[in-house]
Design a protein. Structure first.
Length: 579
């Protein structure tokens, strides 16, 4: 069953490659004439030595030279053309699969058992594209001409043909040994290089923490271990491949000299003409060139093969989204039934058989101790993590009945850790839309009480920010993230610790936004530790150890579950746990 599943992904790759079948045929036709024109050199040598020198005819030499110049010019044009065609074949293949692989990599993070191949999905696609556009693949089109060139050598003299075939067999043996000896070193080099790059990216992402905590030396030491392992594996793979590359190059040069020596012997024995001797040596070089090129480019083949297999597994594990019926904008009505959620990569459920209903115009405070499952519920409500059991319905439709992008327009999400993208503040609030709605951006910023703060920045809404916020404070990033959650008038708001970085004024603005959302008939979920966050909540949902402990009106839940009811009911903006 697993093999059939992987075959499904491989069939998808083959289908994408097959879209350029006509271009492959064009390259094949160009290759036919390019290799046919490769006979120009041997034939020119044959005629110069056997006819021009014998007849001492300048006119014949001039005519032959002009003809050869023309033929070589045509060969260069055709060779250039097939290279450009293959470049476009590679670009078409990558463009055809870019969105598919990108989406599969993103979706894999929401699966409990995501394939490990998802980590290198985009790099795998690029490795296949590089093979398509590399000279190595062109050698495959040239390889079928090797027997024809060898046959030409046999026509000159059988002994020369036997030498060429024997030498070619030795080169093929070297190529097989090269493949066997470099497979594991190349795989190890690729794996360690990926680990080193991943660690480097992680350290760069947390550079502020690394500097502030004096971790530079420790971080470098740990990264250097991974880096050295990568360098060692890369050098080992290069050594293994370089050994056979040098061996094949030296043997091919010796073989050409041996062919000249044998040809000279046959000339002395009057069994061969001098022109055939030179032509045979040229034909031998041309016959063996594809083999040498394939061996020299074997690392590209190995990486592309690994990438092809990884993509087959990834695309099989993450099927393409089926077209869904576009549903109308839903009412803010949430029904959760027997919800069980297993976080990606784990075996134990973080939420178990939770059920509750919320009608429009309500704000639900989700409370519980750290690790109880509040953030897990937030991710499930937004469709980021799929239920392992049970259902979440929005206005009667299960979340998976909505197209993911359409669902994102109906739900505003503020995660615990707000991440901005490289771009302007306007673009970040507009969820990186290519055509942001300025009015909607400003309206969302005002709801999040971020409008005046943004106007005070150097370029206002056009101020550029980095992935990790740059010069912005934690509170500013929080407000921009809140504005992003409110952009586009979503019917559901899921706010995970929304006031963790807000001051008292920011918390008041947040409560006003929640109050306005309730008045507009929306539903707001607030995952909270701080009492001020649940001030505008009329319902409370308490989670304990992944299960539902209580759900209902705020006062009733607090009376039955929380000892410090008086403090929570009358305190705003005071840090402390609610459960």
């Amino acid at each position: 069953m697993q093999k059939q599943s992987v075959e499904a992904g491989r069939d998808e790759l083959v289908a994408a490659r097959r879209e350029s079948r006509g271009l492959y045929w064009a390259v094949g036709i160009f290759s036919f004439f390019v290799n046919l024109l490769m006979l120009t050199g041997p034939l020119y040598m044959l005629n110069v030595y056997d006819r021009v020198l014998g007849s001492r005819s300048f006119e014949t030499l001039l005519a032959l030279t002009i003809l050869v110049a023309f033929l070589y010019g045509m060969m260069g044009i055709l060779d250039y053309a097939r290279g450009r065609v293959m470049g476009r074949v590679g670009a078409r293949f990558q463009a055809r699969l870019d969105r598919r692989v990108f989406t599969a990599v993103l979706k894999a993070t929401t699966l409990n058992r995501a394939p490990k191949e998802a980590a290198t999905g985009m790099r795998d696609l690029e490795s296949v594209q590089r093979l398509i556009t590399s000279p190595a693949l062109m050698a495959i089109f040239d390889a079928p001409w090797t027997p024809i060139f060898l046959l030409g050598i046999f026509i000159f003299h059988p002994m020369m043909g036997y030498l060429a075939v024997g030498g070619g067999a030795v080169l093929i043996l070297f190529a097989i040994l090269n493949q066997l000896s470099t497979r594991k070193p190349l795989a190890s080099a690729n794996a360690t290089a990926f680990q080193s790059e991943a660690m480097s990216s992680e350290i760069r992402a947390e550079s502020e923490m690394v500097h502030s905590l004096g971790m530079r030396k420790s971080a470098f030491d740990r990264w250097q271990i991974a880096r050295n392992a990568s360098l060692e594996a890369t050098v080992g793979a290069a050594d293994a491949a370089g050994t056979y590359t040098s061996l094949i190059k030296a043997f091919r040069l010796f073989l050409q000299s041996a062919m000249l020596g044998l040809g000279a012997y046959l000339v002395l024995q009057e069994q061969l003409t001098p022109g055939a001797m030179i032509a045979g040596s040229i034909l031998l070089g041309r016959a063996l060139a594809p083999i040498e090129l394939l061996v020299g480019q074997w690392a590209v083949f190995q990486r592309a093969k690994e990438g092809w297999n990884n993509l087959a597994v990834l695309l099989s594990a993450i099927p393409e989204d089926e077209a869904r019926t576009e549903l109308p904008k839903p009412e803010a009505r949430i029904k959760v039934y027997q919800l069980t959620v297993v976080p990606p990569g784990e075996q134990t459920a973080a939420l178990r058989t939770i059920s509750f209903d919320v009608e429009p115009g309500h704000a639900v405070g989700v409370i519980g101790t750290s690790g109880s499952g509040k953030s897990t519920l937030a991710r499930a409500l937004t469709g980021v993590w799929r239920p392992a059991g049970g259902k979440i319905r929005l206005d009667g439709a299960a979340l998976d009945q909505y197209d993911p992008d359409a669902l994102g327009q109906h739900i505003g999400y503020l995660p615990q850790r707000v991440q901005l993208f490289d771009g302007t503040i306007k673009e970040n609030i507009a969820r990186m839309s290519m055509n942001p709605d300025d009015a909607a951006v400003i309206e969302a910023a005002k709801k999040a009480d971020a409008h005046s703060m943004i106007l005070q920045l150097p370029d206002g809404y056009d101020t550029r920010v980095a992935t990790h916020g740059g010069r912005l404070s934690g509170g500013q990033i929080q407000r921009i993230g809140l504005a992003r959650a409110m952009y586009g008038d979503p019917v559901i708001l899921v706010l995970d610790e929304p006031n963790s970085n807000l001051d008292n004024a920011g918390s008041m603005a947040l409560n006003n936004a929640i109050k306005q959302a309730k008045a507009d008939g929306k539903v707001v979920f607030i995952m909270a530790h701080r009492p001020a966050a649940i001030q505008e909540c009329d319902l409370l949902l308490m989670i304990e150890n992944g299960g539902l402990r209580a759900f209902g009106p705020k006062e009733e839940v607090l009376k039955s579950t929380v000892r410090n009811l008086h403090e929570i009911a009358n305190t705003a903006g005071v840090s402390g746990g609610v459960a």
